[in-house]
Write a protein that binds this ligand. Sequence first.
Ligand code: DGP
Length: 115
Amino acid sequence: MAEEKTIFARIIDGEIPADIVHSDDLCIAFRDIKPQAPVHILVIPRKPIASLFDATAEDRMLLGHLMLVVRDLALQEGLEEGFRTVLNTGAGGGQEVFHLHFHLLGKRKLNWPPG
Ligand code: DGP
């Protein structure tokens, strides 16, 4: 039986709308529907990797690419002062959508330790 498509796979396939701020061969980025900061963008690979647990050595370049896209988007959004990147992994790590994604958060004071 084919696994059910995640909401992010459906966004990639254009089946549901999203405020897309970046798109290339390897990834897309769009604004989070439940923003936790004035800037809250999700950067996701086109490849359906469920979580960081599922990434392999083959995905090394892809993961590096995602990080650089996060950095470029942060600069594009005016976050020269700094920003936070979050990668929730597994239910115990707070992951709700099982398609790997980086959160890019900024334009508010980000406390440490996180909640
Ligand atoms: P995580 O808990 O790390 O799996 O984060 C999932 C994020 O995805 C959460 O911040 C809300 C966001 N999200 C869930 N569904 C949608 C959607 O349909 N559209 C958009 N833009 N964001 C979504």
